[in-house]
Design a protein around this ligand. Structure first.
Ligand code: FAD
Length: 309
């Protein structure tokens, strides 16, 4: 069943993984009894795999998706970006996905690699990628696109960003996967605003489990400029690892206990956030699995996501 058919009937529940850089990481994710096989036991509607910017890790992206497709337990969704890709290269890669049985994609502009000012490819925005994919492949792909409830960090205004989101729909996109957003008032405002703008695409909400202090701060601030609510800031402050959570060898004697209490508080925060999102009438929860199982499975279970099916 396509993801769209599922979301017509009920809320969807899915995971996101990333292509590991090492053979050990690949074995942990894709090997026998590995994280993917553990995630299947939770019956997700789909598992998406990220696509490295500027061509890095793209090979592993296909290997991960091949595993998902050949296991046949869930739908595989590939992320795909314009970064460094010519039109010819895009056509070839998308045809390869179809040849491998992957017909769901998240069409993105892509994060610009450090120091780049544009995509370095033939297409410059996700709107163009959606249009090109429909022109070349018709309805063969189910196409998701990114939506940014706080506005993309480079957008000149939230209104402009919403207008471009509408353009993605007009060009043939099927559903929205959202960027990280902890500011629930802003999310509710955005949801009303996109509906008022004539955007009817289902909204699948991206959730990053809060498990690690440095990763949480990094994800919010290195690229996305996300607002952090007071409650989340308090969790970070109460468990601050000195001198800061980014150094390799912190001198803080309580480092291990702080990591653990941060993780516990972060898990509870994530579960409450999913409750709030589900109460907004969204169409799905897309949990970043971070190539892990235990904590993610606990969150999915406690948030009631395993009962959606
Ligand atoms: P776009 O929608 O193209 O928007 C980029 C900027 O340009 C915005 O400011 C927008 O307002 C503006 N804009 C859009 N269209 C136009 C237009 N036609 N004319 C003028 N301005 C325009 N990145 C990766 O590299 N790999 C991944 O696997 C990956 N996975 C992601 C998964 C999710 C769920 C999300 C939400 C993001 C992911 N990203 C990934 C990050 C994403 O690539 C970045 O956020 C990127 O900076 C923007 O991508 P986009 O598709 O939203 O861009």
């Amino acid at each position: 069943m396509s993801v769209m058919e599922i979301m017509e009937k009920r809320s969807a529940f899915s995971f996101e993984v990333f292509p590991p850089k090492t053979d050990v990481g690949m074995e942990k994710l894709c090997g026998e009894g590995g994280v993917l096989e553990q995630l299947y036991t939770l019956n997700p509607d789909y598992i998406s795999c990220t696509y490295g910017a500027g061509g890095t890790n793209v090979g592993k992206n296909l290997e991960v998706l091949d595993k998902i497709v050949s296991d046949g337990k869930t739908t595989g969704v590939t992320h795909f970006t314009c970064i460094g890709n010519t039109k010819e290269g895009i056509k070839e890669q998308l045809q390869t996905y179809l040849d491998h049985g992957i017909d769901h994609m998240l069409a993105l502009r892509g994060d610009l690699p450090f120091g780049w000012t544009g995509t370095g490819g033939d297409l410059h925005y996700a709107t163009e990628l959606v249009k090109f994919t429909r022109q070349e492949f018709g309805e063969k792909f189910t196409i998701a696109v990114a939506g940014s409830p706080e506005g993309h960090i480079a957008c000149r205004s939230l209104e402009a960003d919403i207008a471009f989101l509408k353009q993605k729909q007009d060009n043939g996109a099927d559903y929205i996967m959202t960027q990280l957003c902890w500011d629930m008032d802003q999310f509710r405002y955005w949801l009303d605003a996109i509906r008022a703008a004539g955007i009817w695409m289902p909204v699948d909400v991206g959730i990053m489990p809060i498990l690690d202090q440095a990763a949480t701060i990094n994800m919010a601030l290195s690229r996305n400029g996300c607002v952090m609510p007071r409650e989340l800031c308090e969790i970070i402050s109460k468990n601050w690892i000195f001198p800061n959570p980014f150094v390799k060898d912190p001198f803080d004697a309580e480092v291990e206990s702080k990591k653990e209490s941060f993780r516990k508080a972060g898990i509870e925060y994530t579960i409450r956030q999913i409750d709030e999102y589900r109460a907004c009438g969204i169409d799905g929860i897309h949990l970043y699995a971070l190539n892990k199982y235990d904590d993610v499975a606990y969150i999915a279970k406690e948030a009631g996501l395993l009962d959606l099916i």
